[in-house]
Design a binder for this molecule. Structure first.
Ligand SMILES: *Cc1c(COP(=O)(O)O)cnc(C)c1O
Length: 426
């Protein structure tokens, strides 16, 4: 097939290729990216480069085309791209598991490698349900979460996504009916803590687990909450025989100013999901970590195995890049970089608070959010950002950025400027 011109490519894309949350044929014309390097995306239409304000959905924390990650991939490619994980093992997966156990909250000892965040949540749910089944309590099979969350697009994760913002209406009667608490307030409120406690107590007999995104709710609405609620959940779960799952797929690897958001509350969950930044944005890989209590419970059951085994489980190429990405992160003062970005976003986004149509500006770690009082006009907002030389992807009433940690101060100012421009025009 000869090389495609940009118009040919766009035409084929529109006719044949599904995009995230898109109709078919596509209605919005995507930008064609030819290559990416550092924090810049190079467009194929000759119009130049955009500074990336999205880290490709929170994942590319070290930027693109990074020499260390490239070398890790190249080196692993020379050995093997993949081998099956049933009956075989290899150094990249073992080293990665050791890294994850060492760096995650104390008590998380066992690692299940999966191919995407959603699958890692499926595995987490399966672990929790099977744990109680093994202990002779098969009635414990529902999940509790708070509203405003997002946990992925496969069935179990969908059932705990925010029922209003998600697609629940479309799937009434199909999705498992879970228990929903009100959305967590920003600040600690004892009445909300009581609300959580009483729901957990009331549903204890049927609850397998509580699953939440700690400290930051991402794709469900980009909201922050007091870490103290995580301790409330930990205590209530312990008191009523319910497991606690933290979905750190978006928050893991430093984004909120702690390596994992659980650290803000010094809480260890029973199960933790990781993804997105795990491979520094290079390849799809996710992980479900659990404690020895959960693993032992499953392994002492009537069916003493975890019946899950994706074809590409433990993919060596992805695991090798993940190891390199983690070593790169831990080998630098990542916290100083995240704090620098936090300060830059606070300063750069402050003017947005005074714009008409802006409800709130909030910043935490390397996350900057401008919430409007209306739905974003996607075309106008993205267009305004592109004119400022920046790539943003707003959703609902939110214009936000989570830049790569390597974003320099000038580029950061540019991103903040673009968020303000998008808020003005979107
Ligand atoms: C992105 C995300 C997921 C889903 O991960 P995928 O890799 O897209 O399947 C789950 N939970 C949270 C918190 C996420 O941000």
């Amino acid at each position: 097939m000869p090389e495609l011109s940009v118009p040919e490519l766009l035409d084929l894309d529109r006719r044949h290729v599904w995009h995230p949350y898109g109709p078919m044929p596509g209605r919005q014309e995507p930008l064609v990216v030819e290559s990416a390097s550092g924090v810049r995306l190079r467009l194929a239409d000759g119009s130049g480069e955009l500074v990336d304000g999205m880290s490709s959905w929170w994942s590319a924390i070290h930027g693109y085309n990074h020499p260390v990650l490239n070398e890790a991939a190249r080196e692993q490619l020379g050995r093997m791209s993949h081998v099956m994980f049933g009956g075989l093992t290899h150094e990249p997966a073992v080293r990665l598991a050791k890294h994850l156990v060492d760096m995650s909250p104390d008590g998380l000892e066992h690692v299940f490698l999966a191919d995407s965040g959603s699958v890692s949540v499926e595995v987490a749910v399966k672990m929790c349900l099977q744990y109680w089944r093994s202990l002779g309590r098969p009635g414990k099979q529902r999940l509790l979460t708070w509203r405003g969350g997002y946990h992925g697009d496969t069935w179990q994760p969908m059932s705990v996504c925010d029922p209003q913002g998600g697609m629940h209406e479309l799937w009434t009667g199909v999705l498992q009916r879970q228990v929903f608490a009100d959305p967590p307030p920003v600040e600690y409120e004892e009445s909300y803590a009581d609300h959580l406690r009483s729901l957990i107590e009331r549903h204890a007999d049927e609850l397998a687990a509580v699953i939440v995104e700690p400290v930051v709710q991402g794709a469900g609405g980009m909201r922050f909450h007091s870490p103290a609620y995580l301790r409330v959940l930990r205590e209530a779960c312990d008191a009523h025989d319910v497991l606690l799952v933290f979905d750190e797929i978006a928050t893991g690897f430093g984004r909120t100013g702690a390596l994992f958001a659980a650290e803000h509350a010094a809480v260890t969950p029973d199960v933790m999901c990781l993804g997105k930044a795990l491979t520094g944005g290079y390849l799809t890989l996710a992980a479900t970590l659990c404690t020895s209590r959960v693993a032992d419970g499953i392994s002492r059951g009537e069916v003493p195995v975890l019946a899950h085994g994706p074809t590409f489980m433990g993919n060596p190429l992805a695991a090798a890049v993940a190891c390199a990405s983690i070593e790169l992160l831990l080998g630098q003062d990542w916290l100083a970089e995240v704090k620098r970005i936090e300060a830059g976003l606070r300063e750069g986004l402050a003017p947005a608070a005074k714009l008409p149509g802006v409800r709130e500006v909030r910043v935490l770690g390397a996350i900057g959010v401008v919430q409007l009082d209306h739905s974003v006009d996607m075309k106008a907002a993205t267009g305004a950002a592109v004119r400022e030389g920046v790539w943003l992807r707003p959703f609902r009433d939110l214009i936000y950025t989570m830049p790569p940690y390597v974003t320099g101060n000038a580029d950061l100012a540019r991103i903040a400027n673009a968020v303000c421009a998008a808020a003005r025009e979107g």
